[in-house]
Design a protein around this ligand. Structure first.
Ligand code: GLC
Length: 434
């Protein structure tokens, strides 16, 4: 359901009261910067909106400004469409945008360069993300949290059925099928083996890229711009995933995004789930039926010679160049992306910090043990080809998820679908010249 992005906007009363007193102080002892109202567009997956609200309100209370939160659609694909509309119109009503790791190349022209205002804070963050967010020498967004696809599993069910953690996708397929069958025969008839993101949208690009990369099938387009997707390893990976639909995965998986997969897993109805780290905090929340029964590990390898892979995801904060209050907007961005706030979000919501030192913080690791074990998964995650494709990335991804969806839904086999995809990508990229 698409929510009207204005309908949930609100003003904080506490911050409003503080604003009144700040204005008073300002008149008494000028010069003090005038208090401003800053609006921020935040994601709302799981507890995301709540966390954004708490952080932004803390900033407002500290600075005497006010904040207005704008809710955005869960699907990153829909969110991009909304942002493009607002930015193309030069809309002033959103000052700070939460942007996906794949968007800097597409949206850079609408954001201000943060480098002159950051006081060098970006040096503390993962440099690969800072580079990703730097377009033509301009730092268009500050890293906020990072992500990589990981495998969730039911510790209790694997133990009960004497199964080890899967090392390869083949192992996962067999274990999921065996546990599903045994549980169903014992009356647990809603149980599925594996849930993931199979809907035709950006999330499917992420899942499919990690299957393909784990089989050594590359990353769609290589760093030089060459289209590499039409290869037998990639086709094999897609054919494998197609074999799950209706066997270990519900037929409805073809319409699942992150939250649908989490819904099934968290209600106790799946052995394995592919998802992002945010699902950890929710799976272990007080009212979660699978609390304390869940483990997190790296996604399986493509085969004995394959590798563990996870797609790089994550979100940044950018300041709109149409903002009427850029100074206050920058201040909010620097506050939210700072170490204290990233630590709070990691502990409360399992959002991976982009500040390397927080991965050595005892409280962060206690709340999220897998941040330690899977450190390499997060720092070596496979990137989507958004840097090379730049403004054309969304078209590339759109063709890729459609080609994948066609295989998953049995309309074509992997080899046929990828051969067609290659032709389309060649056209979009002017034969790899981009
Ligand atoms: C997560 C990732 C983001 C990705 C999206 C796909 O939000 O952080 O990078 O594009 O999922 O659904």
């Amino acid at each position: 359901m698409k929510k009207d992005h204005r309908s949930i906007a609100f003003r904080t009363t506490v911050a409003g009261a503080l604003l009144a007193s700040a204005t008073l102080t300002a008149t008494l002892s000028s010069p003090v910067a005038k208090a401003a109202e800053v609006s921020i567009a935040c994601g709302a997956l799981g507890v995301e909106f709540e966390l954004c609200k708490e952080g932004a309100e803390a900033w407002a209370a500290e600075t005497g400004n006010t904040v207005r939160l704008v809710n955005t659609p869960n699907s990153t694909t829909e969110r991009l469409a909304l942002y493009q509309q607002l930015l193309a119109a030069g809309a002033e009503d959103i000052d700070v945008f939460q942007i996906d790791v794949i968007w800097p190349g597409m949206l850079a022209n609408h954001f201000i360069d943060l480098k002159p205002h950051s006081n060098g804070a970006e040096a503390e963050h993962f440099q690969a993300i800072v580079e990703n967010n730097t377009v033509d020498g301009r730092l268009v967004a500050m890293p906020w949290f990072t992500d990589a696809g990981v495998l969730y599993y039911r510790k209790d069910l694997l133990e009960k059925h004497g199964k080890a953690l899967p090392e390869t996708w083949q192992d996962l397929t067999e274990t999921a099928a065996a546990v599903q069958e045994a549980e169903r025969s014992a009356g647990n008839d809603k149980l599925w083996g594996f849930v993931w993101q199979g809907k035709a949208y950006e999330g499917l690009t992420c899942d499919a890229l990690e299957w393909i990369d784990s089989f050594g099938g590359g990353a769609i387009v290589d760093e030089k711009g060459k289209i590499t997707i039409n290869n037998p390893q990639a086709a094999k990976a897609l054919d494998m995933a197609a074999s799950w639909v209706g066997t270990i995965s519900p037929p409805g998986v073809l319409n699942y995004a992150e939250e649908e997969a989490r819904g099934v897993f968290q209600s106790g109805n799946a052995v394995f789930m592919r998802n992002w780290p945010y699902a950890w905090g929710l799976a272990n929340s007080e009212d979660s039926p699978v609390r304390d029964k869940v483990g997190v590990t790296a996604l399986p390898k493509g085969g004995p010679d394959g590798k563990n892979s996870g797609t790089l995801g994550g979100w940044q904060l950018a300041v709109s160049k149409y903002s009427a209050n850029p100074e206050a907007a920058v201040s909010l961005v620097m506050y939210l992306t700072g170490a204290e706030e990233q630590k709070r979000r990691a502990i409360t919501g399992a959002y991976n910090p982009t500040i390397a030192s927080l991965y050595q913080d005892d409280e962060v690791l206690l709340a999220n043990p897998f941040f330690g074990n899977l450190y390499d998964t997060f720092t070596n995650a496979v990137a989507r080809p958004s840097k090379i494709a730049g403004a054309k990335y969304n078209r590339v991804s759109n063709e890729f998820w459609n080609a994948t969806h066609a295989v998953l839904s049995g309309k074509a086999d992997g080899a046929t679908s990828l051969a067609q995809l290659e032709k389309k990508l060649k056209r979009i990229s002017r034969n790899g010249r981009w």
